[in-house]
Design a protein. Sequence first.
Length: 533
Amino acid sequence: PLLGKQKAKSSDESPKHDASPSRGSGSTSPLATGSGLRRCLRNTSACIIQLVRRSSALTCELLKRIVLQVMQWWLIMTAVLVWQSVDLLMNVQELYGFKIVISGGTWHVDVPEKFEGIPPQLVMFSVYSFCALVVVYVLSFLSIVMQVFTHCSLQVLRCNMFVAGSAMVSLPRDVSIQVLLLPMVYGILAAKNVTITWSHMTRNYPPAVTCFGRSDDEMKALLLEDYESNFALADMYEAWALYCFGQMVAKVLQPDLRKKIRLDVVKAFESLLLIDVSVFVLVCAVGAYYSIALTWFKWRLGFDVCQPYKFVCSLRPYLLGANWCSSSIAIYNLFTIEHKFSSLTTMRNFGPNLKFWSIKIMVLVSFWMALLVVILRDFWHLTTEQSQLLDASFRIYVMALVALLNLKAWWPWSAWYKNVDKEETYRRDARLSLTEGLLPLTEVGVRHVPPGTISLVQHLFQLTSKEAANWTEVEKMIKALPDDKLDQALWRGSQLGWTVSSKARHRRPMSELPLEERQEALCEHLQGFYPEV
């Protein structure tokens, strides 16, 4: 009975136990709600953290690419040159006391009393050379900005800005910027020499010279070496710009020359074209390092190398003569190239007239101005310091003229930039295809089998490109052909029906030749397409 009561009790309680969930089926316990909310928050926070990490990684990568492509060498060099010029102009006003006086709608430069012993025309000529320096910087900077703007605008139109280094200027524009920077480099170094000559003539030396307690003669000798070192450094950059210009001329001429002569001859022409300019660069580099080293030892270490080692300083006149000879040869080389290849289409599109003139003016002024100054010094009865001041000031005015010529000569929207870009892209793709087993068209008949020959042999004998490029394998294939396969190859090669010499008759159709003679004829025909076989 007790067991029956317990079963009845459990059966009575079971509906109540089952009914409670049905009544509360529409509600959720607070514990379950809290755990689900925490899980959702954890997933959301993890997703946000992962998104932030990925976006930060992508942002860093993008910033690296942008910084790498924006901070290019020419931008850094331009910033340094601008900073040097601003610092020089501030030192000129502070150290020498020149003032610009404006009165009645006119202005003039107030010359300090310390310049009274110098001819006033020469003083004003040197003072206004700094105005010419500002013109040089404005024109050169404008030309460089136009080059970069043209390149970047083309990349934006192609929708690949900052992709795969596309923001970095192309090869022809890079060479153009190197040439456009030349007046800025030469102008700032010539302006420094103007201030050095002012210090000579006024005995107003900069603090960097007077801080070691040197005598007046020692400071004058030190500044004279600094004067020569500045021009030597300017000549070295000028020689480098000339070398880059010669390389660009060779690349401009290469498409037309490749159509007329073999590629190995074209490469030999390029090496001969640049050999004189390379010697010019080498001589200028040796002269610049030589002058800078002597000046540095005396200025920073207080050690005059010429005193214990006199043979070291005896090299100076030889380097000067080497500079004159190499510059003359380089000018003659440029003059010859300009006139010998003026009839070529690529040369006409290049517009060489103003480009060559700007380069020739630079080289002539750099290495022949000293001779002209000696003549003017004797004619106008100038002292050595006055002739040096005239030389340095005149070169700045020449740089202004060159910067004006460069603005037109290196016009950034000329068609030759695009042509050289296409040629460089083609040559780069050809080199890549050569590494993959394909052959560039630029090397037809020189070292590799022409692509047309390979495709013909593949069509005749169903060979791979590697097998078709090997004449020995092709010859073995022809020698092993049976009669029907040989006739089939001759039909495909449009050789059947030709009349050739035979042992039996002087002239007879190829279809009537024996098997061996047909094989020999086909070998002779195809062998002519293979180089150096």
